[in-house]
Design a protein around this ligand. Structure first.
Ligand SMILES: *[C@@H]1O[C@H](CO)[C@@H](O)[C@H](O)[C@H]1NC(C)=O
Ligand SMILES: *[C@@H]1O[C@H](CO)[C@@H](O)[C@H](O)[C@H]1NC(C)=O
Ligand SMILES: *[C@@H]1O[C@H](CO)[C@@H](O)[C@H](O)[C@H]1NC(C)=O
Ligand SMILES: *[C@@H]1O[C@H](CO)[C@@H](O)[C@H](O)[C@H]1NC(C)=O
Ligand SMILES: *[C@@H]1O[C@H](CO)[C@@H](O)[C@H](O)[C@H]1NC(C)=O
Ligand SMILES: *[C@@H]1O[C@H](CO)[C@@H](O)[C@H](O)[C@H]1NC(C)=O
Ligand SMILES: *[C@@H]1O[C@H](CO)[C@@H](O)[C@H](O)[C@H]1NC(C)=O
Length: 496
């Protein structure tokens, strides 16, 4: 997939949040595809396999859990099918289902290759379902209407989303007369959490789940709050100790210059900002999200953390001060541009949607203690709640995820209850700090790689460039899924 078609958005999302009232509502985005959206996914899709992909819309129930008149309202939900390699209903050939998450399905189709890469091997029917309130699956006629007020936003939550998936999977199985075909659900990041939760809530619909980079334990107090930033720091330390030290030093220097008369304009000039900085937080938040997303999406072969550190460490003889090094890192990472930081932009649908999700259910308490490369900034639930109330008029429910899906004592709980879930992670991904990293039982397995980053395993395989450890991670996952399916076929044959 062409990098040039990708468009930076993460930062804008971040700045919007910090410049509005919600200074602390800035949980880094949870997506397989990195800090960007794909500018023209339809172009990529047509390059990929357009002939094989068929788009459908399902009349989805707005509210699965109530029986009031308005609950019966429907909206059109998009799903995409590729039946080219399917072995057919008579063979009970498997169905691989991708769970869309907080973005348009177009982006996922262009980035997530695990299903199509393995369609032949599994003789699988491929089904991709878009998450409600994103892409073309918007209730109330338009995104503006859907996000307008508390009543319309109220149907935008994970329980409704996985209920949608259940309905569509059953509908598709029925349409293909594939009632006995085993279903494997697959998702990355937030979508990975949905996949693992779906297996626990809907075992009669999904035989198993592949949950890639799913931080199911980053809720309540299960994971230390500085887990995320500790790993960002570790990634930079492993790339270069001097780079790490330069970054550590830079925060104080930014503050010091900013406090001088004319300081902000000096900084604006030095960092070539697109618009003058209003305060030093604007710059610090930008750099924070740059380092974080470089770590989260620290992919081979380029490894963005290395790119930044090579820039920072390779300072010229003429400009040897800390901030010049940071600027060199920024330019190395972003490439040649007319300006950096504060570029004019619009909030993406992901930015808008994910902000609501993090202000309702997905309260992931990410904070910074005092041993990361960032200034300390502990997670403050009280101010988080207040910021969300200011934005939406209602407080978030920080304990609902663990109440509804669990997470505490996960091994004790799931070792005898659950089965057939793969939790895959790359340990360089800051979100792996909230992932399941140990095998909970024979069939709830953790598959991780030391040098992997966010959701690498479910992206398109690249036969010429993928490192050996990534190839073998995928192979382990495929073998595990095959074993689930074979066991299922055994059980099925004994029944008939
Ligand atoms: C979906 O609902 C619309 C409007 O209610 C209706 O016109 C359409 O036929 C329905 N489609 C299906 C596939 O049921
Ligand atoms: C929210 O918008 C819907 C749809 O436009 C409308 O019917 C409803 O009355 C609004 N609710 C509130 C609380 O404003
Ligand atoms: C730049 O910094 C390095 C390391 O601190 C030092 O060895 C070098 O002499 C400095 N160069 C200049 C031109 O000041
Ligand atoms: C933002 O959206 C408006 C209206 O759709 C559009 O005219 C403008 O070009 C967009 N700006 C950017 C930076 O994308
Ligand atoms: C840093 O951590 C130590 C030990 O937990 C604590 O005593 C100290 O107050 C912390 N400093 C700051 C600035 O938070
Ligand atoms: C969990 O078990 C699988 C085999 O079922 C193995 O490949 C994997 O390495 C184990 N994970 C850990 C973290 O030990
Ligand atoms: C991870 O990457 C480092 C640096 O390239 C390398 O030295 C190490 O061997 C790798 N570890 C594994 C398990 O691949």
């Amino acid at each position: 997939m062409s990098q040039t078609l990708l468009f930076q958005w993460f930062l804008f999302f971040f700045i919007l949040l910090t410049s509005a009232t919600a200074a602390r509502v800035n949980i880094p985005r949870l997506s397989p595809t990195g800090p960007r959206i794909i500018e023209n996914p339809s172009e990529i899709l047509s390059e990929l396999a357009s002939d094989d992909l068929e788009t459908f819309f399902y009349n989805q129930t707005l509210d699965h859990f109530n029986y009031q008149p308005e609950s019966y309202t429907t909206f059109e939900q998009r799903y995409v099918i590729n039946s080219k390699n399917w072995g057919g209903a008579n063979a009970n050939a498997p169905i691989l289902v991708y769970f869309g998450a907080e973005e348009s399905l177009d982006n996922d189709l262009a980035a997530v290759g695990f299903l199509s890469d393995n369609a032949v091997r599994f003789n699988a029917l491929l089904l991709y379902i878009e998450h409600r309130y994103y892409g073309k699956s918007i209730p109330f006629g338009s995104r503006e209407e859907a996000l307008k007020n508390g009543s319309t936003r109220g149907y935008f939550n994970s329980a409704q989303a996985i209920a949608d998936y259940a309905e569509i999977i059953l509908h598709v199985k029925k349409s293909f007369r594939a009632e006995n075909s085993p279903v494997i659900v697959i998702g990355g990041s937030y979508g990975g959490m949905l996949a693992s939760w779906f297996r626990l809530k809907y075992p009669h619909i999904a035989l198993g789940a592949l949950a890639s980079s799913a931080p199911v334990l980053y809720f309540d107090d299960i994971t230390p709050q500085d887990g995320y930033y500790s790993i960002v720091t570790k990634d930079f330390r492993e790339a270069s100790e001097t780079c790490l030290q330069t970054i550590q030093k830079s925060w104080g220097e930014i503050d010091e210059i900013a406090s001088k008369p004319n300081g902000l304009s000096i900084l604006s000039k030095k960092f070539k900002t697109c618009k003058p900085l209003a305060d030093s937080d604007e710059l610090k938040n930008y750099l924070d999200s740059m380092y974080s997303s470089a770590a989260q999406y620290n992919k081979p072969p380029t490894y963005p953390v290395n790119i930044i550190c090579r820039g920072i460490d390779g300072s010229s003889d003429t400009e040897n001060d800390t901030l010049s090094k940071i600027v060199a890192g920024l330019f190395a990472y972003k490439g040649d541009r007319s300006c950096y930081i504060n570029a004019a932009t619009n909030v993406s649908e992901t930015g808008e949607g994910w902000r609501w999700q993090t202000c309702s259910e997905m309260v992931i308490p990410i904070g910074r203690g005092n041993d990361t490369m960032f200034p300390p900034d502990p997670f403050d639930l009280e101010s988080y709640i207040q910021d969300c109330k200011n934005l939406y008029g209602v407080p978030p429910r920080p304990h609902w995820v663990t109440t509804y899906y669990g997470g505490h004592s996960i091994k004790l709980i799931l070792q005898r209850f659950g089965s057939n879930i793969i939790f895959s992670n790359g340990l360089k991904d800051p979100y792996s700090s909230g992932g399941v990293l140990e095998n909970l039982s024979d069939t709830i397995t953790a598959v991780h790689t030391v040098n992997g980053s966010h959701c690498l395993d479910i992206l398109y395989a690249d036969k010429t460039a993928d490192p050996e450890w990534l190839v073998s991670q995928r192979e382990v996952e495929i073998k595990i899924i095959e074993s689930w399916i074979n066991n299922y076929y055994d059980d099925l044959s004994k029944q008939q």
